[in-house]
Write a protein that binds this ligand. Structure first.
Ligand SMILES: [Cu+2]
Length: 679
């Protein structure tokens, strides 16, 4: 029986650091580095070892309580005088150092916005940059419109590079110079590179501006009109309606209010959420952003931890220097640092619960970022329906979902990560890509096979977004097995003379490994618990992964692009759980030539994973050839991965959801609107 818990306000071991804990960690960090200047990269809660944590959680849910594991802060920072990066683990209770580690040689910590921003301003005073701007036709008067966009430098060599940041150069529309003008419709074809440790401009790289069949380096003087300044070939393409006086807004959309007269159906105690038999914890950290912990349904364990682990965004234009464009938005920057403060009535409709995020910045300042996660219920159409055609009596229930959403802004792009829970014990991760495609200059009238011209002289290069979803399952316990289910044809013989026979064939993954989707055999992956047999199916209880069998990383074997993103080369990775192994694309992704400490290394341990504490990682994504319709801002493109109970229950677990009726739902019928537009 589930123990009834008193409302909990104290800190749970899986909670993010409180503001007081962040402050304490920063002061302990300074105590350990007296006389030195620190640039702090991250301070976040260290998740307790799983062994300790499961004991604590089991006791919390059903036994006599045990003491929580100590609160430990994990810190990443630069010691500026020594030009060295370090990690430190601090026990916040004993105020002592648990562990200290210097950065591995050649590894760079993530970038942060505060680090980049000052260079964006300094840049415009650099002589080589001013000269480059002049070359593009940027007059003294236009200088105020120049808007550098700090970008991850990427990597194209195995030789360790200085810690760099590159700037893609853009301008605001000179006609308005409005701060919210869409700079991505005014790209300039050069890229200043800054050395962050030396704090100086390293060089200015020129981009090719030609089209198909032209030279692939520098400004293409053969095809451009030398008399026409480059900036004059560009036109504004605004996404802010205030900057579009020529485009009247639609007048025919009526208000749509979501009303929950009795309030939401969920309850929240600290980070613990309970809704429709679901019980889980909402976590947040600087690197992964939203994380879901300790997920239970009707008192049964389902998942220990669910997260988006990493993503990589390689671009397809091979012309230097843009061939280096390959972002790892979680590892290079941090989903938590990129999280938006969400707003009522804008990012989510209805009755909304918000969660704040605690972030520590370079100078040790602690930011309470409001509303980084929103949670709300949503009607999602029909959950099930059957009409008995003999009696014409229908039975229908509506599908209510609980959504936890976070939105990341990564320079030009936005990612919306949303976890959906429903009343039939399904969990889904929905990712929406939106924002503005990354653009570059192309000569007037030219096309390029490496992208799509989305506005005059604006090329949006083809690119991929490959995500890794990390599933740490606990299907009725922590010892789980990954099953691969392929549909097989029966041999054509006496039993199967018409060749119609087929069946679902299950094999179990014995050793840590990586493999791919196969639609030709309807392959799907199940997480099962072989120690618990479903009395109806007489097979192990399980959850099915409804995967996205999308194109994987296109860069071929032997390329740096591929070696630094091994996680993106297979759809499924099965590894044995190791504490702190959270990052599919490696621990340090910024400028890394090789994925280190990611899923490939985890698989290489060649461990036994059957009926063990196993982790399943799913890589999937979009190969995005931009459309004209993706500009000036992209309508969302959606991807959904499902985790669906499959033999976990003995019947549809939603049979106790009340059937839908008009008394409860109070819908309104639209009468004939043709003549008067009124109801
Ligand atoms: Cu895209």
């Amino acid at each position: 029986m589930e123990k009834q818990l008193a409302p909990q306000t104290s800190v749970h071991p899986l909670d993010q650091l409180t503001v007081a804990e962040c402050k304490k960690a920063v002061s302990l960090l300074r105590r350990e580095h007296q006389g030195k200047s620190l640039h702090i990269k991250n301070v976040q809660a260290q998740e307790p070892p799983k062994k300790l944590m499961t004991r604590y959680l089991d006791a919390l849910h059903s036994g006599p309580p045990v003491a929580p594991p100590p609160r430990v802060a994990y810190c990443i920072y630069y010691v500026l005088e020594d030009r060295v990066g370090e990690e430190m683990w601090l026990n916040l209770e004993s105020e002592s150092v648990v562990q200290r580690r210097t950065f591995p040689k050649g590894s760079h910590p993530p970038l942060d916005f505060n680090e980049i921003l000052p260079y964006g301003e300094k840049l415009l005073k650099e002589k080589p940059v001013i000269e480059a701007l002049k070359k593009c036709g940027v007059t003294d008067e236009l200088m105020k419109c120049v808007a550098p966009d700090g970008w991850i430098y990427g990597c194209d060599t195995n030789i360790v590079q200085p810690r760099y940041v590159m700037f893609l150069m853009y301008m605001r529309d000179a006609k308005t110079n409005n701060a919210d003008s869409n700079i991505y419709s005014f790209p300039l074809p050069f890229v200043p590179v800054y050395d962050l440790m030396e704090q100086k401009l390293a060089r200015v790289d020129w981009c090719a501006t030609g089209g198909d069949g032209d030279d692939v380096v520098e400004i293409n003087y053969n095809t451009r009109n030398p008399m026409q300044p480059l900036v004059e070939t560009l036109r504004s393409s605004e996404y802010m309606s205030e900057l579009r006086p020529e485009l009247p807004l639609r007048q025919d959309i009526k208000p749509y209010h979501v009303v929950q007269p009795e309030g939401p159906s969920f309850s929240v105690e600290g980070s613990r959420v309970r809704w429709q038999k679901w019980d889980f914890r909402v976590g947040f950290n600087a690197r992964e952003g939203l994380v879901i912990h300790d997920v239970r349904y009707d008192g049964r364990q389902t998942f220990y931890r669910l997260s988006v682990s990493e993503m990589t965004v390689p671009y397809g234009d091979p012309r230097p220097p843009l061939h280096r464009k390959q972002a790892f938005d979680l590892g290079d920057l941090g989903a938590g640092y990129c999280a938006n403060s969400l707003a009522l009535g804008c990012d989510c409709l209805g009755t909304i619960k918000y969660f704040d995020g605690h972030l520590v910045h370079g100078d040790g300042q602690i930011e309470v970022r409001k509303n980084v996660i929103c949670m709300h219920e949503q009607d999602d159409g029909i959950l099930y329906k059957h009409t008995n055609y003999r009696t014409n009596v229908p039975r229908v229930a509506r599908r209510r979902i609980l959504i936890l959403q976070t939105v990341l802004t990564v320079a030009n792009y936005e990612y919306i990560f949303a976890w959906h829970f429903d009343q039939a014990a399904n969990v889904e991760l929905e990712i929406r890509a939106t924002g503005i495609v990354s653009t570059q200059y192309i000569d007037p009238g030219k096309k390029s096979k490496w992208g799509t011209v989305v506005a005059p002289s604006v090329l949006a290069a083809s690119h991929q977004h490959i995500f890794s979803m990390r599933i740490d399952p606990a299907v009725d316990g922590h010892n789980n097995t990954i099953a691969v289910c392929d549909t097989k044809l029966d041999r054509r013989d006496q039993i199967n003379p018409h060749g119609t026979g087929f069946y679902n064939s299950t094999s179990y993954v014995e050793k840590s490994s990586a493999f791919d989707a196969d639609q030709t055999v309807n392959r799907y992956i199940k997480i099962v618990n072989e120690n618990k047999i479903n009395p109806i199916t007489m097979s192990p209880v399980g959850y099915k992964l409804s995967a996205v069998p999308s194109a994987l990383l296109l860069a071929p074997e032997g390329t740096i692009c591929r070696s630094r993103a091994q996680f993106a080369t297979h759809h499924f990775w099965v590894t044995k759980h190791v504490d702190d192994e959270f990052f599919a694309g490696g621990v340090w992704t910024n400028q890394a030539a090789v994925e280190l400490g990611g899923v490939q290394d985890a698989v290489n341990r060649n461990e036994h994973v059957r009926n063990e504490d196993v982790v399943l990682w799913h890589s999937f994504g979009l190969t995005h050839h931009p459309r004209a319709e993706d500009f000036p801002v992209m309508p969302v493109e959606r991807l959904t991965v499902g985790l669906h109970p499959n033999g976990f229950f003995t019947e549809n677990p939603a049979m106790d959801v009340p059937p839908s009726n008009q008394k409860f739902n109070r819908s309104v019928e639209v009468m004939d609107t043709r003549c008067c537009n009124k109801i």
